[in-house]
Design a binder for this molecule. Sequence first.
Ligand SMILES: Nc1ncnc2c1ncn2[C@@H]1O[C@H](COP(=O)(O)OP(=O)(O)O)[C@@H](O)[C@H]1O
Ligand SMILES: [Mg+2]
Length: 262
Amino acid sequence: MARKIVLTSGKGGVGKTSILASLGICLANKGKNVLMIDGDVGLNNLDVVMGMESRVIYDMADVIENKCHINQALLQEDASSLYLLPSAHAYDNQKITAQAFKEMVGRVENLFDYILIDCPAGIDAGFHRAVSCADEAIVVTTPHVSAIRDADKVLALLRSYKLNSINLVINRVRGDFVARGKMMSASEIARILRAPLIGAVPEDDAITVYSQLGRIGLNRSSSRDSIDMIAMNIINNSFRIYDVERAYRGFFGRIRRLVSGL
Ligand SMILES: Nc1ncnc2c1ncn2[C@@H]1O[C@H](COP(=O)(O)OP(=O)(O)O)[C@@H](O)[C@H]1O
Ligand SMILES: [Mg+2]
C-alpha cells in the first residue's frame, strides 16, 4: 500500500508544485513506483511543469464522473515508474468532494509505493480534500515572514488531522544571506515553527527556468541535490539536511560573499 504524502503550505507560490515534481522524479529514479496527483482543481500546474499538458486526454473530473477508468487518466513519464494524475482544469472546484477524492485515490493505492498529492493554496475545501486522504504531510515554506506565518497556521490545522507525520521543507534559502546573518537558516525557522525539518532547498534559477520549459528536476543542480536528500529522508525516515551555506564558508566562500556584495 502506498505512503500518501500531501505537500501543503497555506501561502501560494512558495514552491510546492516545483518540489513535488522534483521529488517524484527523485523517488522514481530510486526505483520507487510513484503517482503524483494534482490536487489543485481548477488550476492545473503539475502537468505543465512536467511538460505533460499536451498529453492530457482524461483528467480527474472524468475519473470521478466515471467517464473513464482511472488507468486511462494516468500519464506515464518517459517509460519510468513515475505517473501523473492531472487535475481537472476549468472545472468547478466544489464539485469534487473529499469523499470522492479519497475513493479515487483508494482505487490505485495498491499500485504505487508513494502517492504525492499537490495541495492547493489556502485552507478551504481544496485543502481538506487533499489532506484528508493523506497519511503524511510536508509543509513547504520560504524564509519570508508572511510564508512562515501561514505555515504556522497550516501546521496548527494539520495537527487536527490523523496524520502519521508532519514535516517541514524550507524552500528558496539563500546560502549567502544566511552566512551573513541576513536571513534565518532553515533550522532556525523549523525551531520557531516547532516542526521536524526534512529538507532545505536553495534558491536556484534552474527551478524557474526548467519549470517554464516543462523539464523540472531533469537537470543536475543544487536544488535537485537538496530534493534528492529529501527523497532519501522520506524513504529512510531520516532527517539529513542539505547544507545550503557550504559554498559560502571558508576562503572561497568569503570571496563568493564579497562578490555577491550583500
Ligand atoms: N528553490 C527555488 N528557486 C528559485 N525559484 C523557485 C524555487 N522554488 C520555486 N521557485 C519558483 O517559484 C514560483 C512558484 O513555485 P510553485 O512551485 O508554482 O509554487 P506553489 O506550487 O507553492 O504555488 C515558480 O515560478 C517557481 O519556478
Ligand atoms: Mg502549485
